[in-house]
Design a protein around this ligand. Structure first.
Ligand code: FAD
Length: 232
């Protein structure tokens, strides 16, 4: 379904990631982790792209969070100001939860955090008794989107655990380093065989997470995936 809405806030998340908040149109309902097609077309040019809602259905705004690429759509988005009107089409997608899972593992890289942030926020706001362990990989510590919020969430919710891993750490980084691998999954998610996995990010990363999980004998039907094809 098509909805018209307007920008209410823009938040810088990392040096090259921004969140764009929109008024939640009346009658727009969605599940955590779903996406919309954002239409920035005008008379001269067609511009439509899919974006996961990084907001949770429990929040009274809609939010998308975009990796800024310097490419045409990205540039059109960064030119938006509070009050500007846009059209969204949706919601779409099956990378979501309702209340069906008790134990979830999440494997994500970079901007692939967006649906997972939505699902985590939904799960705590709805007080769903679901244990979630997220391993989130980024190149630099400064690339970690939603860092402060995720830290606070895990402090306040013993059911949520977030492990950041950094592939190009500064000397000051005290946490986990390197890409997500089988050893990391075994160490941080020891009961991985009984969890439903959500993995999201660029195609190469998602494919590699799926093969890691398969090598660890996690059944195919326990692996949910969302690919962001042009996350460069
Ligand atoms: C279901 C789904 C959910 C998604 N959710 C998100 C999300 O939450 N956040 C997010 O950031 N992305 C998300 N994406 C990806 C998003 O739709 C865009 O494809 C992506 O952000 C790239 O946008 P862009 O601004 O670079 O697009 P465009 O400007 O259209 O460019 C698309 C790609 O074309 C190439 N390109 C274009 N122009 C040039 C140029 N001048 N020189 C070189 N290469 C060029 C680049 O590879 C570029 O990435 C999602 C995708 C899907 C399918």
């Amino acid at each position: 379904m098509l909805f018209e809405t307007k920008v209410i806030e823009i938040i810088q998340r990392t040096p090259d990631v921004k969140s764009f908040r929109f008024e939640r149109p009346q009658g727009f309902s969605y599940l955590p982790g779903q996406y919309v097609v954002l239409d920035l077309s005008d008379k001269s040019i067609q511009m439509k792209k899919p974006f996961t809602l990084s907001s949770s259905p429990t929040e009274d705004f809609l939010e998308i969070t975009k990796k800024l690429t310097g490419h045409p759509f990205s540039n059109a988005l960064t030119e938006l100001k509070s009050g500007d009107r846009v059209v969204i089409n949706g919601p779409y997608g099956k990378f979501t939860i309702q209340e069906e899972y008790n134990n979830i593992g999440m494997l994500s890289g970079g901007i692939g955090i967006t649906p997972l942030r939505s699902i985590i926020k939904y799960s705590i706001d709805k007080k769903i008794s679901c244990n979630i362990i997220l391993i989130y990989s980024n190149r630099y510590e400064t690339d970690i989107a939603f860092k402060d919020e995720l830290e606070l969430i895990q402090k306040e919710n013993p059911n949520i655990k977030v492990i950041d891993t950094i592939t190009k750490p500064e000397l000051t980084w005290k946490g986990t380093t390197g890409r997500i691998n089988a050893e990391m999954i075994q160490r941080y998610i020891p009961d991985y065989r009984k969890r439903i996995f959500f993995t999201c990010g660029p195609m190469e990363m998602v494919n590699s997470m799926v093969s890691l999980l398969k090598k660890l004998e996690v059944p195919e039907e326990q692996i949910k995936r969302e690919i962001f094809p042009s996350d460069k």
